[in-house]
Design a protein around this ligand. Sequence first.
Ligand SMILES: *Cc1c(COP(=O)(O)O)cnc(C)c1O
Length: 406
Amino acid sequence: MNNKDMLPFLDLATPHQELKEELCRVFGTALDSAAFIGGRAVDEFEKAFAEFCDAQYCVGVGSGTDALRFALMAAGVKPGEIAITVPNTFIATVEAISQAGAFPVFVDVDERTSNMSPAKLEAYLAEECQFDAAAGKTIHRTTGRVVSTVVPVHLYGQMADMDAILDIAERHKLMVVEDACQAHGAEYFSSRDDRWHRAGSMGKAAAFSFYPGKNLGACGEAGAVTTNDSDVAQQIRVIRDHGQAQKYYHQVEGYNGRLDAIQAGFLQVKLGHLAKWNNQRRQSASRYHRLLGSIEGVQLPCEPSWTRSVYHLYVIQVEDRQGLQQHLTKSGIGTGIHYPVPLHLQAAYRNLGYAPGDFPVAEKKAAEILSLPMFPGLTFQQQTRVAEETQAFISPRARALSAAGD
Ligand SMILES: *Cc1c(COP(=O)(O)O)cnc(C)c1O
C-alpha cells in the first residue's frame, strides 16, 4: 500500500458496498408493502437479535439512547433515585439516567479493563450509603436518596465484571441495567454459573445502539432493549409507542421511540454477518497485540480470561497521546479519542458537583487513550503501517529521553 493512502479510523463504506444489493432489496420491499413503522420486519429482527444475545425478549427502539432511557423506566427506576455508572462513557448513558428522572452518580473504573470497578462500587455503597432493612432499600446517607440501579457500560466491546457487579447489586437490592451499546456479541464467563453469557442477557435489561459505526449498525438511527423479563419487555413496547398498547388508548405518557421497519430490515441483513465481523475484529486485535506489544510505553487493551471482547474499539494508552495522534494524522492514519473529557468534568454536568481529581483513573485515561483504526476488513498491511508509525514516533523520543538521563 502506498504510504500516502489515507487509512481511515473507520471504513463504513466498503461493507455497505458489499451488501448493496441485499440492502436495496430491503428498501424495495418496504416501498412495495408501504410498511414503514412496525410490522413483520421489526418482529423478525427482534426475534433474531434476542436469539443472538441469548435473551428472551428484544424490543426495537429509535436509538441506543432511547433503549437506555426506556430500559431504566421499564425496570422501575423512580424519579429522584440514584443510578450509579462510570464517568468514562458516551454522554448518552448519563442522559438516559437523568431523563428517566434518576440522579446519576459515578464510580471510578478499573485501571486494567477501563470498565466499572466492583471495588469502587462496593466502596461507594459502604462509605456513603446504608441499607434500610425495613424498607429493603439502600439509602444515600447525606441526601436520603434511594440508590436503586447500577448501569455498567461494556466499554469498547468488552463486558464489565458482571459476577462481581451482580453480587454487589443483589446484596444491596439494586437493579442492574447493562449499557451494551458497544458490545453486540461480547461474552463474559460467569464463575457463579460456570458458563459464558452474552452481553444483554445478564442484567434486568440491556440497551443496544445500532448507530452506523457500532459493530451492528443500521443505515440511520436505531436501537434495542434486550431482557429476560416479560413485564419489562411489554412496558417498553408501550413506552416506545406513545404509551399505548391499543391505538389511541394511552395507559401512560410515552415517547415516539419506535424502530423503523426499513432499519429493521437492514439490521436483519447485517446481523447475518455480525459473528464473522466480530471474529475479524478479534483477529485484528490479536494482530495489533503482536505488532504493538514490544513498543515501550504503549499500554495495550487488557482482555482478562473471563471476557471475550468484540473490539468495537481498539484503545491503547500512551503518555504523549497528543503527540502520537498528531504523528499518525500526519502519516495519513485516522484515530479517535473515546472520550477526551470524562462526564463528571463536562459543562453539562457541572450541577452534579464533581471536581477534577474525583475519579483519577478515568481522568488519566481520558488524557492518554487513543483509538486506532478498527473495523472488519482491516488488513495486516494496514496494521503493520500503524505499528511502524507508532514505533517511529516512540523511538526518537525514547532515545532523546535516555540521552537526557545520561
Ligand atoms: C452509542 C452509545 C450510546 C447511544 O447510542 P445512540 O444509538 O447513539 O443513541 C450509549 N452508550 C454508549 C456506551 C454508546 O457507545
